[in-house]
Structures are given as structure tokens and as C-alpha cells.
Design a protein. Structure first.
Length: 248
């Protein structure tokens, strides 16, 4: 049974719509309804979103909203909201604002007293962490680490006293470098890697940084990657080699 008013969007609302991170079947019914009924879709990549809409036979005007035009587009989106329009914000995959554009316009909309509503759905962070086997009671998401080596090392060093599982996003061409740095900074920690989540060639690997580095070398790795590192409390300082074995 449908809830009263469940099929109607609220005028003047910014909807943060989570989209599939791989498998198109993971889109929610509510996400499809929101995309169907909104006045405009603000998209990180209009070409990518156009293909998504076409797949589900949806036809909506698209407005580009990405890293380098966030400031200008945020003002335009707020103007549309003030006029009573419903704006659906999407990124290429997952939940807007999680290592993707969205934070700026949400902050501006809240400051202006405008309504913001989440349409939850797929999220690589959650999918990877819950299948990793590492502790989920407390975790710290750090998104993408800095590209420059010195900044990356300082960021990694700052985590020594941070409890809980650490979670990063990383691109394929930087995964070896990150594992090399983890091998030096945290050689006894257990590391879990999730790649190509929800896609045909989804892959999960668990081991020490050195074990996973050996596995990655010489391979042509594709797809976005989630890396998780076990909490400091789980590392036995009396065990110099670590007990984790790669599961590849």
C-alpha cells in the first residue's frame, strides 16, 4: 500500500539521489520516481546521466554540476528551488556529496532555508566495508588521499592514533603506490580491497599491505577501488610478520 502523498515530490526541494555504483538493478524505486517527477536533473557528467536516464526510459532536462562549476551552478540551483522547482542532484555513481560534488550546494541550500532531502541507495563505502570482514562498529572515511607523496605520508602518519577501521577511495593507477606506503607505515595491519563493486568482475582481497602489493604488481587493474585498513587495536605488536593471509 502506498503512503499518502508518497508519489508526489515536494516543490522547492533539492533531492540527493543515489545512483548505481555498477549494477543498474541497484537503483531504487524511489530514485526512479524522483528522477521521473523532478523538474531538472543536476548531474556530475550529463553524458553519463543521460545514458542512465535513457536506460530507464526517462526524459528530463540536464544541468551540469561538477567540481569546476559548483559555485556558479549552486546559485542557479538555489534560484530554481526558490521558484518552487524540484531539483534532483546525481553524481556518476553512489550518493552525492561522498567524494563527489554535492556538499557545496547542500550547504548553500541549508543556509538559505531551503529544503534538502536524501533519496538513499547504493554507496561504495558501505558496500565495501560491510563485506570486508573488518570491524564496522567504528570507522573513519577519508575519501581520496592527497596525490602528492609528502602530503599522503603525512596524512597516513596522522592516523596512528585514530581508532576504528580506516576507509579510503583510490584509483587503479595509484593503488600500488598506496600499498607501498602502507607497507612502510602499517606493515602488520590487515588491509581489505574491494574493486568493481556490484559489477560482473567484482573482486575482494584481504591480506597485509605487502601481500596485496605482490598481488597487484604486473596486473592491469581497472575500476574504482575501496581500501580498508584494520584498526590499530587489532595489531599485535609482538607479531612482526602479521598473521593475515591474502584471500585473492
Amino acid at each position: 500500500m502506498k503512503e499518502p502523498g508518497a508519489t508526489r515530490l515536494t516543490p522547492g526541494t533539492l533531492y540527493l539521489v543515489a545512483t548505481p555504483i555498477g549494477n543498474l538493478e541497484d537503483i531504487t524505486l524511489r530514485a526512479l520516481r524522483t528522477l521521473e517527477q523532478c523538474d531538472v536533473v543536476a548531474a556530475e557528467d550529463t553524458r553519463h546521466t543521460a545514458r542512465l536516464l535513457q536506460h530507464f526510459e526517462l526524459h528530463k532536462p540536464l544541468l551540469s554540476y561538477f567540481r569546476f562549476n559548483e559555485a556558479r551552478r549552486s546559485g542557479e540551483i538555489l534560484d530554481r528551488l526558490r521558484q518552487g522547482q524540484c531539483v534532483a542532484l546525481v553524481t556518476d555513481a553512489g550518493s552525492p556529496g561522498i567524494s563527489d560534488p554535492g556538499e557545496r550546494v547542500v550547504s548553500a541550500a541549508r543556509a538559505a532555508g531551503l529544503r534538502v532531502e536524501a533519496v538513499p541507495g547504493p554507496c561504495a563505502l558501505v558496500a565495501a566495508l560491510t563485506t570486508s570482514g573488518l570491524p564496522t562498529t567504528e570507522f573513519h572515511f577519508l575519501g581520496y588521499l592527497p596525490h602528492k607523496s609528502g602530503q599522503r605520508r603525512r596524512k597516513l602518519d596522522s592516523l596512528k592514533e585514530v581508532p576504528g577501521t580506516w576507509v579510503f577511495y583510490e584509483s587503479p593507477h595509484r593503488i600500488e603506490r598506496l600499498l607501498e606506503e602502507l607497507s612502510v607505515a602499517y606493515p602488520r595491519h590487515t588491509v581489505a580491497i574491494a574493486r568493481e563493486l556490484t559489477k560482473k568482475f567484482e573482486e575482494h582481497s584481504v591480506g597485509t599491505p605487502a601481500q596485496l602489493l605482490e598481488r597487484c604488481r604486473g596486473r592491469r587493474i581497472r575500476g574504482e577501488i575501496v581500501i580498508m585498513v584494520s584498526p590499530p587495536a587489532q595489531v599485535d605488536p609482538a607479531d612482526p610478520e602479521g598473521e593475515a593471509q591474502a584471500s585473492l
